[in-house]
Design a protein around this ligand. Structure first.
Ligand code: ZN
Length: 441
């Protein structure tokens, strides 16, 4: 019997007892304490701990999973969802995306990020790795939404020394700001955009600053063939060699895309312990022409994780859809149906993601942060349930997620998220006004 009103469950951290869920093939209960940690997990927990918990959630045989970790996105790009599709990458960027982004305000980024957090919570994601602009506003959105995030300012100097100085200050200011929030859910990172937008001097500064501050580096790497040929023409070396020379490849580096890598480059990333974020939907939509060599990277020792990229090139932040896309793309591109089997694909979305972002273990165990989701087993996509990883990867979308808990706090309960209507209304209005401002020029 719950001792409090159920709607109060959303008000902050409480001790929670989740009964009657399934982990692996076992029926278990989960006890979460008020500090946001899993205090106990196993069969029969409810008998020992029912009276301790402020709230009891009836899991109703749902599948309990660690929350998904989205290791590469640009959250506020939700405002650009469906604004420009089916175009050549360069036209898409120069004619549609960049002109719109030139009109972005801090308020737009706040509402765009709130919308992204809402979508992520609804589809079972509890942490994400973000790179964009007006990141102080993104941090406020993350703080209020209750999710976890690693936030970096998109550092772009285009080889211009004056611009580079501005980017140094913007990066330092964001890190200082995030540290001042003193919120364990929000971590700063350094975000050199890519080798084609940041000079070697800028890259070296980013690597050095990240090392001094002991924070992560978030970068795009080898997304397109053009990036590789341009880099070779300009710098006399391919992107991974250039990044390595500048000190950017480290165990705290998250490199997004990593499509156009040869075997030696996979080995290099493995040797440096880099986290390689696979973004299959974005790569397919923008026709980058090559899939990440996931198996070679994993064999070499890189941590292969998963991301959606921004909503303008996906156009969804649903990690369950992304897991399926990853498994299918890997099989199709490498012409081998045994590549990336369901349990491994799922582990990319939680265990590998948590390791990449340094947020917990991406597992459900005693003593780890309670970042977890409950996926309904009483839905068509989970009926029958011969082998739950197969259902979760190949049949389910995020729509099957019923309940989302981050750091022990309930963010969605039985599909209910308080305040969701306001976020939808305000984000739609911000997107509409942004397009109007852009076309008025
Ligand atoms: Zn990206």
């Amino acid at each position: 019997m719950a001792k409090e009103k159920m709607s109060d469950i959303f008000t902050g951290n409480h001790s929670l007892l989740i009964t009657d869920v399934v982990v692996g093939d076992k029926p278990v209960d989960i006890l979460i304490d008020e500090t946001g940690v899993i205090a106990a997990i196993g069969e029969g927990i409810r008998r020992q701990h029912r009276d301790e918990a402020e709230f009891v959630i009836d899991g109703n045989k749902a599948i309990a999973l660690p929350g998904c970790v989205n290791t590469h996105t640009h959250a506020a790009m939700t405002l650009l969802r469906g604004y420009a599709d089916d175009m050549i990458l360069q036209d898409w960027l120069t004619r549609k995306i960049w002109p719109l982004e030139a009109h972005l305000t801090g308020s737009d980024v706040y509402w765009g990020t709130r919308l992204a957090c809402l979508e992520m919570i609804r589809t079972g994601t509890t942490a994400f790795n973000d790179m964009y602009f007006f990141m102080e506003d993104a941090a406020r959105a993350v703080e209020e939404a209750g999710i976890r995030a690693v936030l970096s300012y998109g550092f772009i100097d285009l080889g211009n020394a004056e611009k580079r100085e501005n980017e140094y200050r913007a990066t330092e200011n964001l890190v200082k700001h995030i540290r001042s929030l003193n919120n364990p859910r929000i971590m700063p990172a350094v975000g050199p955009h890519a080798v084609y937008t940041v000079s070697p001097d800028g890259l070296r500064w980013c690597a050095e600053f990240a090392r001094e501050e002991k924070i992560r580096i978030h970068i795009h790497l080898a997304e397109t063939e053009k990036e590789v040929t341009d880099c070779t023409a300009q710098h006399g070396r391919r992107p991974p060699a250039l990044l390595d020379e500048c000190g950017v490849l480290t165990p705290l580096t998250i490199a997004a895309h990593c499509c156009w890598l040869d075997d030696a480059e996979c080995s290099l990333l493995g040797k440096r312990g880099v986290n390689a974020s696979h973004n299959p939907a974005s790569n397919m939509k923008l026709a980058t022409g090559r899939a990440m060599p996931c198996a070679a990277l994993a064999r070499a020792g890189a941590n292969v994780c998963l991301g959606t990229d921004g909503c303008a090139s996906n156009n969804s932040l649903d990690m369950f859809e992304e897991v399926k896309t990853a498994a299918l793309l890997q099989k199709f591109f490498w012409n081998d149906p045994t590549v990336l089997p369901a349990p491994a694909a799922l582990a990319m979305a939680n265990v590998a993601g948590a390791r990449a972002l340094g947020c917990g273990t991406g597992t459900l165990a005693e003593g780890v942060p309670a970042d977890l989701v409950l996926v309904s087993s009483r839905v068509a996509c989970n009926t029958p349930l011969h082998h739950s990883p197969s259902n979760l990867v190949y049949s389910c979308s995020g729509a099957a997620v019923e309940t989302t808990i981050c750091n022990g706090r309930v963010l969605m309960l039985n599909r209910e998220i308080p305040g969701d209507e306001e976020v939808l209304t305000r984000a739609a209005r911000a997107a509409h006004d942004l397009v109007r401002r852009t076309s008025a020029v």
